[in-house]
Design a binder for this molecule. Structure first.
Ligand SMILES: O=C(O)C1=C[C@@H](OP(=O)(O)O)[C@@H](O)[C@H](O)C1
Ligand SMILES: C=C(OP(=O)(O)O)C(=O)O
Length: 437
């Protein structure tokens, strides 16, 4: 458990590039592993979560290796996954677990899924339910957590499933199970969530239609698909960029360019909300990378004003709330959030973890069932108690958010464990050192 004290420093200047998008990286490995032939991926995030996906796909028969800057994947074809010899260890990664459960559900495979202490607390019932309807069989504890054992169905049964929670992971699990299921599998999404699976499955040649009816999205995938290998260029991860966006906004004198940031509308809520607070975030050179909108972001130190965040924007910034709460802690006035129940079932309970961390850093925070209310310091440095130490609970985003809070503190912020940062942002410390030197 390496602890670290993040000291006040800045301004953040110059240019930097964050690693590849985690969601797109997972999917490029999975879809490449299901295509017939050779997929090449550049810009892949080499964090522990994506490496867990790669190890699992190798264990099920795909060849995946790195050559220079490229990852090269030789797929087995839809329906061609093999039964792994050992349990699939998903580490800290919810995305790997839920999407791979979807893939296994329509293959003739029996396997176990295991994970670390954080992942073993997270709800899997949300994927067990629809995948059981498709014919998969599960042996899991009554609370539906890892470790669990599952047996895929062959053939699986196509279903029409209306998502009971706004979750791209559940949506993707059902669509991926549908890839190897005869007929048409349908997912109805009352609230739009990140659409990387839909975009990329189409790019790999799957037949997939999306229809919008009364604000709901209806997604249909044609089964027994054949995926064609692709050349994938992974754009920079907006969720990783968010730490540097907030760091530059709250640190006096900052003027930072973050290059190549993915700005898919289903992911870009953080930029919109920070702008509503008065944040200066300029988009330069808007373009398309790998079928996704991308821009370089110029971010300048700004006086932020507290706001009431519209809960309907939550799905498009779901992973950015921990660092958003840090921005709110430095704003002028009160920021209120609601509708964030999903934050309680991430790598940690992110509402209570951030309430405790910010309180330790001297911020006035009130925790409700589904959100936080934060009294901002008006730009004054945060003044925590000298013995307070952030508990990260194996959650990378809590560690990085409080690293950012440390920049705007009087005496620094102590974080109990920075090892989890490796799951999504292996060079975070190096980039922070460089930008704030
Ligand atoms: O589909 C994905 O790649 C992800 C979906 C989100 O999870 P939920 O679907 O559980 O909201 C997000 O929090 C996670 O980091 C990545
Ligand atoms: C929730 C996250 O990831 P996952 O669900 O894949 O563990 C995250 O990266 O913030």
């Amino acid at each position: 458990m390496p602890a670290h004290r993040f000291l006040p420093r800045g301004p953040l200047t110059g240019r930097l590039r964050v690693p590849g998008d985690k969601s797109i990286s997972h999917r490029s490995i999975m879809f490449g592993a299901l295509a017939v032939g050779e997929t090449r991926v550049t810009g892949l995030l080499e964090g522990e979560d994506v490496m867990a996906t790669a190890a699992a796909m190798r264990a099920m028969g795909a060849q995946i290796e790195k050559s220079g800057d490229e990852w090269i994947i030789h797929g087995v074809g839809v329906g061609g996954l093999l039964q792994p010899e050992q349990a699939l260890d998903m580490g800290n990664s919810g995305t790997s677990t839920r999407l791979l459960m979807g893939l296994v559900a329509s293959h003739d495979i029996t396997t176990s899924f295991t994970g670390d202490a954080s992942l073993s607390k997270r709800p899997m019932g949300r994927v067990i339910d629809p995948l059981s309807l498709m014919g998969a069989h599960f042996e899991a504890s009554p609370d539906g957590t890892l470790p669990l054992m599952m047996r895929g169905a062959q053939p699986a049964v196509p279903i029409t499933y209306r998502l009971p929670v706004a979750s791209a992971q559940v949506k993707s699990a059902v669509l991926l199970a549908g890839l190897n299921t005869p007929g048409i599998t349908t997912v109805i999404e009352p609230v739009p969530t990140r659409d990387h699976s839909e975009r990329m499955l189409r790019g790999f040649g799957a037949e997939l239609e999306v229809e919008e009816v009364d604000g709901e999205r209806i997604i249909r995938i044609h089964g027994e698909a054949e995926l064609k290998p692709q050349q994938v260029e992974v754009p920079g991860d907006p969720s990783s960029a968010a730490f540097f966006i907030v760091a530059a906004l709250i640190t006096e004198g900052s003027d930072l360019v973050i290059e190549n940031v993915g700005l898919n509308p289903t992911r870009a809520g953080i930029v919109e909300v920070l702008r509503q607070m008065g944040g200066s975030i300029e988009e330069l050179d808007r373009r398309e990378v790998g079928g996704e909108p991308v821009a370089d972001l110029r971010v300048r130190h700004s006086a932020l004003t507290g706001i009431e965040v519209d809960p309907s924007i939550a799905p498009s910034m779901i992973d950015e709330f921990p660092v958003f709460f840090v921005a709110a802690a430095l704003a002028n006035g009160t920021t209120t959030t609601s509708g964030l129940d999903e934050l309680r079932v991430k790598e940690s309970d992110r509402l209570s973890a951030m309430a405790a961390a910010l309180t330790g850093a001297g911020v006035q925070v009130e925790e409700s069932e589904d959100g936080l209310t934060i009294q901002g310091s008006g730009g004054e440095p945060l003044r925590g108690t000298s013995n307070s130490r952030t508990k990260t609970h194996l959650d990378h985003r809590i560690a990085m958010s409080m690293a950012v809070a440390g920049l705007a503190s009087r005496d620094g912020v102590e974080v109990d464990d920075i090892a989890p940062i490796q799951t999504s942002f292996p060079n975070f410390m190096e980039l922070l050192d460089r930008a704030a030197s």
